[in-house]
Structures are given as C-alpha cells and as structure tokens.
Design a protein around this ligand. Structure first.
Ligand code: SAM
Length: 292
C-alpha cells in the first residue's frame, strides 16, 4: 500500500499515517514496540543536520539507524538485546562513548515491564513501572545521555504512561520529564497519537468503558536541549528527501565505523558485536503498547 508523503509536523499534536514511510521498512514492523519511523524522521529533520552523529541507546529493531541512513546522518545504535548486526550489545547506562561527542539522541525506552523484550541481564523492560527500580534505571539512562551529548545539541525521549487494573495509573511521562529537566532545557512537549491495535478492539474498549479506565491514546515526545558552550548553529536545514526514490545502503553501512572488528567505539567499557538474536517482543499487559 503506498504511504503518504513525509511532512514536517507543525503543531504539538503529531500523528503518523503508517508505521513506515516509503517503499522500504525502517526497523522491523513485526517487532512489538517498534517506534513509528515518522516520529524519528521529524526529530532528525528539525534538530539535526546531515552528517551529524545520532545515537539510539535502546535501539530495538533499528528504526533510528534506518531513518538516519535515509537522511544522511551517522547513526550508532545500542541495545542489551541486539536484533541485527549493526546494533552493538550494550547497556544504555554505560555507553562506550566519550563525553560530549554526540549531536542528537533519540530514545524510546521500555514503559515498565508490559512487553517481554528479552531475558538479557540489564533489560529495563523487566522492571515494573509501579516500582521505583524502573525509575532509578531510567535516571541512569538519562544521565548517560546527558554525558554523551554535545552542548547546544538536542535529544528526544518517546514514552507512554502505564495503567493496569491491579496497580492503577503510573505517570511515567511526568516522572521521566522531571528527570530530563534536571539536565536539559525544554524545547517542547509533543503528544503523539497512538495507533496500537488494541485501541480499536471492541473487547478492550468495552473493558475500559465498563471498568472505568482509559486505554493509552497518546505518547509523549519530550524534546530537550543540552545548554552549554557549544557553538550555536542552525539545525534542520536539510530539504525533505524524496523517500520513494532513495534506496537505503545495506545494514551496517553508512554508520560510524567501529573502532575494532565487530566492536563499538570503545571508552574502556564493554560493547561487543551483536548476537543477531531477536527479542521475543511478547506483550504481557493488554493496556500497554504493542505497535506504537
Ligand atoms: C521500545 S523498544 C525500542 C524500539 C526501537 N526504537 C525500534 O524502533 O525498534 C525498547 C528497547 O530497549 C531495550 N533495552 C531495555 N533495557 C535496556 C538497557 N538497559 N540498555 C539498552 N537497551 C535496553 C530493549 O531490549 C528494547 O529493544
């Protein structure tokens, strides 16, 4: 099915017509929890320039990497459970990168434990959102993003609140925003319409109505800036690319070169080659996310 033209969003309410743009997929649409590529495309068009170094520390199926390659940005992706060879195995709390070298960070973290991404040690998707451990872990991820980001550069965090009948509502968005505000100034807060399948399923809607709770209808996109002594510059100056005409380089090309064979650029911490294994992506909670 043809997908509509890519467009920069101009209000704080973003919607996307389909999970992917163009003829090729970005990331893996069968990966439960894959970020809609339109969201990442819009962030890159506004807050980066060509050749900028873009990091996704929780890369999942690699959507950020593919959008970066489509738009001539240099991507680096990390995950505790790499699903493809161009994603480096690494915990987002200890990235093998020097301080202040990255031009943009996009991150779409687990929203508690509602999706079973993997059984890898360090997977934050194993920590329930109604417990404090999840927030402690995310505090470390956010501090690490601040460490690697250049001054005068931007980052975006995409997240959804949590609800389950037993534990009730957890305002993940507000909690993570408070953490972000300790390091960054706020550029804007975007509300992104969710198109997860369950939202339109009769039994889910009935349960929400009868049980007097709400299905998650939107994600937050927090757009933040690291203030500092970096040279101010114009961003988002690149004209829109005709996505239909571009063919993406093979996975693994176009990114930042590893410092050693199969290894991520190292700062003395672990970050080896990917196993190529795919996460189970099994959803364990019905009111959380499936497709974003
Ligand atoms: C919502 S998914 C990311 C989806 C991705 N943006 C995409 O489009 O496919 C969250 C990811 O965080 C990863 N993750 C969980 N804990 C992590 C950690 N401590 N460090 C790095 N990645 C982690 C999971 O393995 C999962 O792939």
């Amino acid at each position: 099915m043809p997908t509509p033209k890519l467009q920069r969003q101009v209000t704080t309410l973003w919607d996307y017509p389909s999970q992917n743009y163009g003829r090729e997929d970005q990331g893996d649409r069968s990966y439960i929890g894959a970020t809609p590529s339109y969201i990442i495309w819009n962030c890159l068009m506004r807050y980066t320039n060509e050749k900028d170094l873009v990091v996704d520390p929780m890369c999942g199926s690699g959507t950020t990497l593919d959008v970066c390659r489509d738009t001539n940005r240099r991507p680096l992706g990390y995950d505790v459970n790499p699903t493809r060879k161009d994603i480096f195995r690494c915990d987002a709390r200890k990235l093998p990168l020097e301080n202040g070298k990255v031009d943009f960070v996009f991150v779409d973290p687990p929203y508690g434990d509602n999706v079973n991404y993997s059984d890898e040690k360090g997977c934050i998707g194993k920590l329930p959102a109604y417990g404090e451990e999840y927030f402690k872990a995310m505090e470390e991820v956010i501090a690490e993003i601040n460490r690697i980001l250049r001054p005068d550069r931007y980052m975006a965090l995409y997240v959804c609140d949590y609800y389950d009948k037993k534990n009730g509502f957890v305002p993940i968005g507000f909690r993570l925003y408070q953490m972000l505000s300790k390091h960054f100034s706020t550029v804007d807060i975007i509300s992104v319409t969710r198109h997860n399948k369950t939202i339109n399923m009769g039994n889910y809607r009935k349960a929400a109505d009868e049980g007097n709770f709400y299905l998650r209808g939107f994600n937050y996109l927090f757009i933040m800036k690291k203030e500092g002594r970096g040279a101010p510059r114009k961003v988002g100056t690149m004209p829109e690319l005709p996505a239909e005409k571009k063919s993406r380089p093979e996975s693994g090309r176009g990114g930042v070169k590893p410092s050693a064979k199969g290894k991520a650029p190292v700062r003395g911490r672990s970050g080896g080659a990917s196993s190529g294994r795919r996460g189970t992506g099994r959803r364990t909670d019905n009111h959380g996310k499936d497709k974003k």
